[in-house]
Write a protein that binds this ligand. Structure first.
Ligand SMILES: Nc1ncnc2c1ncn2[C@@H]1O[C@H](COP(=O)(O)OP(=O)(O)O)[C@@H](O)[C@H]1O
Ligand SMILES: [Mg+2]
Length: 395
């Protein structure tokens, strides 16, 4: 297997996800899913493999909705994905053709378009499209929408929060009336950010509480080693057995970084040793062009936490310096180190423990932090802590 960081991996090259995928199919027999993880953890690799290798009696239809910013466009893309799937499996597509033309929809250059007149409303079209699909499907279907929260944010920006509320309501209504198709949402931005934005606008529903949320973890150590080993071989890099182990361990089993390290080793071309692995990882954490996109962890604090962003940053600074602090110890450190730049931060620092707890919960959901059995907090990924320490000049 060739190193291909960030590229599309063929389903047979997706390593270490068989058990998770089996678990996902088992859940889908009961309910829909939200698949969450830090970016680059391998969500897309997993769902593409599910599409390519469905279990008996089921079919998954994958749609990347990252680029979509309007509800009507989403429906057009969805209809096209459904049609492509139906024709690939030789099912009659007549119902879809009839349905689409009855709406006044048309086709240009193989793209399905809704009528410009916005009649009927896209909500009606979506309800009917999925209803028709449920009626006409002769097998269990899973509709997988990759980067769904990102699309919702774009729709909110382009068409207002009410369009997102409508969309989520239609989809929830559909889940309540039809067990087929099942829905799977994936994305690197937590849906909680999108829903919190809606709740700021008095949206009181929990539009997702009937879905199971599953987190995609890094690869388990033996699988991470297997991936590193397969990539080293694929690149023709002779190395001692412990080199693959070293790569896996240095990047905590994150598949994207494993690909990246091996790709860089292949560029260097010299004999690969533990030392060259360490040097490549150390270099990746400090290189100015930031090919691992680590700056992202810092840059998104603003959009994620708004007024609390500066406090979140200080909190990470504190935990970069001293790991495993419980809430009280953390609060104490913040009292010493935080430079409040607004009232909210001042309130938290001066005593509002509950607000601090909420912020920390959010930071856990966003994969910055984790809590151990004794209640102490630490970085979720040691690699990110290491990068944060370098950035603070702590070495
Ligand atoms: N299970 C896996 N086996 C091999 N390589 C993987 C695996 N999962 C992810 N990758 C690698 O990591 C990269 C990022 O994975 P991707 O599925 O795009 O992550 P996400 O969708 O979570 O952002 C892929 O391009 C591929 O190089
Ligand atoms: Mg992805």
């Amino acid at each position: 297997m060739k190193a291909n960081p960030g590229g599309i991996v063929s389903p047979s090259d997706v390593i270490g996800r068989d058990r998770l995928i089996a678990q996902l199919w088992a859940i889908l027999k009961q309910q829909g899913l939200v698949l969450v993880a830090e970016r680059r953890m391998g969500k897309t690799a997993i769902i593409r493999k599910m599409e390519a290798e469905p279990i008996a009696g089921w079919r998954a239809i994958y749609l990347d909705v990252e680029g979509v910013s309007r509800a009507a466009e989403f429906i057009e893309r969805l209809a096209l994905a459904i049609r492509t799937h139906l024709s690939a499996s030789n099912k009659a597509t007549q119902w879809l053709r009839d349905f689409w033309s009855a709406l006044g929809g048309f086709e240009v250059a193989s793209i399905l378009k809704l009528p410009e007149a916005r009649q009927p409303h896209w909500k009606t079209v979506l309800e009917r499209l999925l209803g028709e699909l449920a009626r006409n499907a002769d097998q269990r279907l899973v509709l997988i929408w990759d980067e769904f929260p990102w699309m919702l944010q774009k729709i909110a920006r382009a068409e207002g929060a009410s369009a997102v509320v409508d969309l989520l309501d239609v989809l929830r209504g559909l889940r309540q009336t039809h067990a087929n198709p099942r829905l799977v949402f994936t994305g690197s931005i937590g849906l909680h950010h999108v829903v919190a934005g809606l709740q700021d606008q008095d949206y009181v529903h929990s539009p997702l509480n009937d879905l199971r949320t599953i987190e995609v973890p890094p690869l388990a150590p033996p699988d991470a080693v297997q991936l590193a080993d397969a990539l080293l071989r694929g690149e023709g890099l002779a190395a001692a057995a412990d080199v693959a182990e070293r790569i896996a361990e240095q990047v905590e089993g994150v598949p994207y970084y494993i690909h990246h390290v091996v790709a860089t080793l292949a560029d260097l071309g010299r004999p690969v040793t533990m030392r060259t692995v360490d040097a490549v990882v150390a270099r990746s954490l400090t290189e100015p062009q930031d090919s691992w996109n680590l700056e992202h962890y810092r840059n998104r604090l603003g959009p994620y936490y708004g007024e609390s962003a500066s406090l979140a940053r200080t909190l990470l600074d504190v935990l970069a310096e001293t790991e495993d602090l419980d809430l009280d110890a953390l609060h104490e450190q913040l009292r010493i180190k935080a430079r409040p730049d607004n009232d909210r931060v001042r309130r938290i620092v001066e005593g509002d423990r509950e607000e601090l707890r909420k912020l920390i919960k959010l930071m856990q959901r966003d994969h910055y932090l984790e809590q151990d059995e004794r209640g102490a907090y630490r970085f979720r990924f040691a690699l990110i802590r290491r990068w944060w320490r370098i950035d603070l000049g702590l070495g």
